[in-house]
Ligand binder design. Sequence first.
Ligand SMILES: [Zn+2]
Length: 399
Amino acid sequence: MIRLLLALLITTTIFASQVERFRWENGETYLVFLEKHKLPIRPLYYNLDKDDQRLTEEMRAGIHGQILKSSDGEIQQLLLPLNDELQIHIYKDKNEYKFEAIPIISTTKIEAFATKIVSSPNYTIMKRTGSHKLAQIFVANFRHSLNFKNDIRNGDNLVMIYEQKYRLGKVFSMPILQAAMIEMRHKKHYIYLNDDKRYYDEKGHEVEGFLLARPVRGARISSYFTKRRWHPILHKWKAHLGIDYAAGRGTPIHAAGSGTISWAARMGTYGNLVKIRHADGYETRYAHMKSFRRGIYRGKHVKKGQVIGYVGTTGRSTGPHLHFELRKHGRAINPLRVVQVTTKKLKGKQYKAFKLLKKNYDESIALHLKNQTSFKRISKFESMCYVHSIDCKAPTQTQ
Ligand SMILES: [Zn+2]
């Protein structure tokens, strides 16, 4: 049945016109959205389980959804992307509206460019690519090891190799830096994304982040961050937008970074929750706490490592653990990508593997530098699919 519906959606796309694209308004909630489109609230919200309800709270201003209407203007299907991997699919089935979370189809490409620096890396990347995101990931990943302020000379080079996702022929989601080189007074500095998903410099030293590795010392990770995961028992797509640390009741929880407490109270499925606002739009969340530490309240400044509360199992939780989230401008990101241990040096086998990875990237960087590879976006796509389907053979699109 679903396949049929999907095929319908795709066919309609091909024969044009009925799929509308819309932008999620600032401040709009899922419930307001349903009301605005005269969609029934009970099956599409109140009857959902708690996890799916929480997913509906993930809608962010600026995302683009698709709406498919019948010729008399009635909504047949809706796609609302939650992150770069999972989307809410609302569809009409025998006069009833249904809700499901399904994967987003995207194409991943590795792209690269080299350029001469004018003024600052940030300015240069913006000017060459028009992409804030590329400038942002470059600067963010070097900021803990290099100081761009004084050491850049006009004519120094930079090279970026990164992974970019595309959806329906358009750039989609944050790019992920794979390797980069920047010259400072003609001396080359490198950074590499290793197989362990952490960044290292050319000597195999980890590039230190601003957050603590673990908010609960010695705790075991019982659940990893995932933007989408197939639940084998419930037979549906779920997301886990944080990391769970299993630990005994009452184990101290430390602030992962310095910042200001923006919330220290109960909050729905989170139970006792602390939110800390950090620099650069980052926020950390600590859920299911047994209790808050004395003196932890909204508006209070805390230092990295300071105890803020104790492990518990309040809210929707099956046993004592800390559910830890990291958000940037409200969007959940994988803490393990950003939260880094105090500098660690790769050794032995790991270092050997890293050296091989580094060698490949170095060759690639040298080549881009020599050719002064210019920035360009992929312009041709073989297919344009909203959702996976064997029937998905949409026409080639040129941007
Ligand atoms: Zn969790």
